[in-house]
Design a binder for this molecule. Structure first.
Ligand SMILES: Nc1ncnc2c1ncn2[C@@H]1O[C@H](COP(=O)(O)OP(=O)(O)OP(=O)(O)O)[C@@H](O)[C@H]1O
Ligand SMILES: [Mg+2]
Length: 230
């Protein structure tokens, strides 16, 4: 499903200094996995997620998703792939304040050629999935942090993506609300969605079935629950 092969992301701060945000990463993520990518601040987690999410391209190496090497995709083709295959969840929810909850969740469907009625039905279904149908006409700033994150998960789900990418999704939440969000991701994974969770916190990572640790842009361990992969 997802393959990074010898992927490097190198930033050149100036002629003498380079930052190897990713320093030769090879990683396979299969369909239906729930993988946490952990590491300290600056270890390369977000860079890795941006490449998996087709928001950025490697300096060197290959990225393959669904058997397609996206290196030569145009920006439009990448946007279409993102919209169809991937759902994103961010620490700060990234909801649009001027739009109500229903409109926020409908937004990714605008590009899918659905009728307004279909969009509404699909958004309602996604909001039902996260338990928020009683809030659809509210605006994001009228909801709690946990509720806003549920909306952002509904927005990620509404296109029925194969993969959900979540970068520190509980980072702005108290621990009890954070656990509810992690349990929701576990449920979605049980229903067949591949989940990639980025976190600096090993306890949060323990909700995943597999944990990949990054340090200075390199993979330092890759463990499945109850065993060791490499
Ligand atoms: N646009 C950029 N230009 C230069 N260096 C960058 C750029 N983006 C990231 N870096 C560097 O790459 C390294 C990895 O950054 P990244 O954002 O992936 O870390 P992270 O693991 O997500 O950290 P955090 O937990 O703080 O979010 C860091 O040293 C960062 O300073
Ligand atoms: Mg980050």
């Amino acid at each position: 499903m997802i393959d990074l092969i010898e992927v490097y992301k190198i930033y050149f701060a100036n002629l003498e200094n380079e930052v190897r945000a990713l320093d030769g990463i090879t990683l396979h993520i299969g369909k239906g996995e729930f993988v946490a990518i952990v590491g300290q601040s600056g270890s390369g987690k977000s860079t890795c997620m941006n490449i998996i999410g087709c928001l950025d391209v490697p300096t060197q190496g290959e990225y393959i998703i669904n058997d397609v090497n996206v290196a030569h995709y145009s920006d439009d083709a990448l946007a279409a792939l993102r919209n169809k295959t991937l759902g994103f969840v961010f620490q700060q929810y990234n909801l649009i304040g001027k739009l109500n909850i229903l409109e926020n969740v409908e937004l990714p469907l605008i590009y899918g050629g659905y009728t307004p009625k279909e969009r509404r039905e699909m958004a309602m279904e996604a909001l039902e999935r996260v338990g928020l149908t009683n809030r659809i006409l509210h605006f994001p700033n009228e909801l709690s942090g946990g509720q806003q994150q549920r909306v952002s998960i509904a927005r990620a789900l509404v296109t029925k993506p194969q993969v959900i990418l979540a970068d520190e999704p509980t980072g702005a939440l108290d621990s009890k609300t954070g656990i509810e969000i992690l349990e929701l991701l576990q449920e979605l994974n049980r229903e067949g969605c591949t989940v990639v969770l980025i976190t600096h916190d090993t306890h949060i990572a323990s909700y995943a079935k597999r944990t990949v640790s990054l340090q200075d842009g390199k993979i330092t361990s890759d463990r499945v629950k109850g065993g060791l992969l490499s």
